[in-house]
Every structure is written in structure tokens, then in C-alpha cells.
Design a protein around this ligand. Structure first.
Ligand code: ADP
Ligand code: MG
Length: 242
């Protein structure tokens, strides 16, 4: 697994007159995990979407391994920076296997046989090889999310973005997905994880980033952010979620 550093420099995003990201700068070293926390509407999803240019920033720079990718081909960028969403976004009428094979063939121009080999290896990695012939609806939410993770991993990304990957899951299914994410962190993939799972952030993050109203209010190692918050806004947020 070859991972890259990510650096965001002074990213601004507005929707009409609403400025949703008001100058966000963030550095995540290769192989590190950053967990982004903050209230609903603070701009966390927009920040992730800006990082792989699903949302084009109005201004600012994005660097992967120190090289600006803000004017590169966005499809190439999204191959290098994979993303996993709250609602899995699997194709409902395709098998689990095809959900991984089809994008692989489209994006990496592989033969069916090559793509199937990679897809099966990734499904095996997430513990779901035996689900390959089924439609997503035959799987639990947690299994579907693990398929979505396998699909992203099949592109051999250097960075993975997770946007509340466990928020839509029944409570008993959350741990399996978090364990898989922790495993990726342990293997040295660079991760940026938007999460409400404070236990995960404390355990896995190298850096916790607290966002509010379109800016990073505070960031630091988990012990600093959770045990010694400085800003009133972070203190208030933690008092509501812990
Ligand atoms: P979070 O993920 O922290 O809940 P979001 O990044 O989703 O926050 O949203 C931040 C703000 O931007 C919210 O006020 C939201 O309504 C607004 N917003 C997000 N996406 C769009 C969009 N495509 N068009 C207009 N407003 C948007
Ligand atoms: Mg969000």
C-alpha cells in the first residue's frame, strides 16, 4: 500500500451567498489518520468532497505528496483519493462482485478476468468473498459498507476519505466497519475520517480536527482535543457528544 500526504491550503467553498468553508488548511502526513469532528452543518462533508474535488473549491490549493492537484484531471485525482459515503452508493441491480469489477474496468481499463481477480482479493480482505454473487440488498448494512470500502480499495488509493461511514448502520453493525477502518489505518493508508464515533477517533486518530461554521477551530492529538479542549465551542461540543 503506497500512501500519500494530503495538504489543504486555505480552501474556500461557497454555495450562493453561504460561505461553507471559510479558509480551511489541514495537513495529514502519509500514513496518518485524521478524524474530523464537529456539529452538523459545520462543513465536514464539504471539506471531504473538496479534497477529491467532487466539490471544486472556489479558491485554495490541494497537494498530494507535495504536488498541487487542484488543476489536474479530477478523475485521476479520485483514483488516488478514494471516498466512502454514509449511504454506501452501491449499484442495487448489480452483484457485489460487479459493483467492484465495473468501476475497475471503467477507470483502470482492466480485462474482466483481471478486474475479477482484484475484486475477489479485496472482498476477501473485507471478509465478504462468499457474498460476491449476491445483490447488495441481500447483505446487511454493515456488509454493504464493507463492499463499498472494498470497491474503493480496489482502485489502490493513496488516501481514503470516510464521510460518516457508520452513521446509517444499526448499532450492532458499527463495530465491524470501524474495525476494518482501524485496520486500514494500521496498515499505513492515509485516512481522513469524518465521524461521530468519538471512541474511534480517540483510539485511531493521529490528529483530531474540530470544525465549526466552516473553519477548523482546534486540532491536535486525541488526548489534547478530548481531554484538554481550549476553545469554548469545542468544550460545548464535547459536553454534548461525550
Ligand atoms: P456537515 O457535513 O458538517 O454536516 P456540510 O458540509 O454537509 O456539513 O454542509 C455545510 C453547509 O453547507 C450546510 O449549511 C449545508 O446546508 C450547506 N451545503 C452543503 N452542500 C450544499 C449544496 N450542494 N448546496 C447548498 N448548500 C449546501
Ligand atoms: Mg456531513
Amino acid at each position: 500500500m503506497s500512501s500519500s500526504s494530503v495538504e489543504l491550503r486555505d480552501i474556500h467553498v461557497s454555495f450562493g451567498t453561504l460561505e461553507v468553508l471559510r479558509g480551511v488548511s489541514l495537513s495529514v502526513a502519509a500514513g496518518e489518520t485524521a478524524c474530523v469532528i464537529g456539529p452538523s452543518g459545520s462543513g465536514k462533508s464539504t471539506l471531504l468532497r473538496a479534497t477529491n474535488r467532487l466539490q471544486e473549491p472556489d479558491s485554495g490549493d490541494i497537494l498530494l505528496d507535495g504536488t498541487s492537484v487542484v488543476r489536474s484531471n479530477p478523475d485521476k485525482l479520485r483514483q488516488r483519493v478514494g471516498m466512502v459515503f454514509q449511504h454506501f452508493n452501491l449499484f442495487p441491480h448489480r452483484t457485489v462482485l460487479d459493483n467492484i469489477v465495473l468501476p475497475l474496468r471503467d477507470v483502470r481499463r482492466l480485462s474482466r478476468a483481471e478486474a475479477e481477480e482484484i475484486a475477489m482479493a479485496r472482498l476477501t480482505e473485507v471478509g465478504l468473498a462468499e457474498k460476491a454473487p449476491f445483490r447488495p440488498a441481500a447483505l446487511s448494512g454493515g456488509q454493504q459498507q464493507r463492499v463499498a470500502i472494498a470497491r474503493a480499495l480496489a482502485m489502490d488509493p493513496e488516501v481514503m476519505l470516510f464521510d460518516e461511514a457508520t452513521s446509517a448502520l444499526d448499532p450492532e453493525l458499527v463495530k465491524g466497519v470501524l474495525d476494518l477502518m482501524a485496520g486500514l489505518a494500521g496498515r499505513g493508508l492515509t485516512l481522513i475520517v469524518v465521524t461521530h464515533e468519538m471512541g474511534f477517533a480517540r483510539r485511531v486518530a493521529d490528529k483530531v480536527v474540530f470544525m465549526d461554521q466552516g473553519v477548523i477551530v482546534e486540532e491536535g492529538p486525541p488526548e489534547a482535543v478530548f481531554d484538554a479542549p481550549r476553545s469554548p465551542r469545542l468544550k460545548q461540543f464535547l459536553s454534548q457528544v461525550l
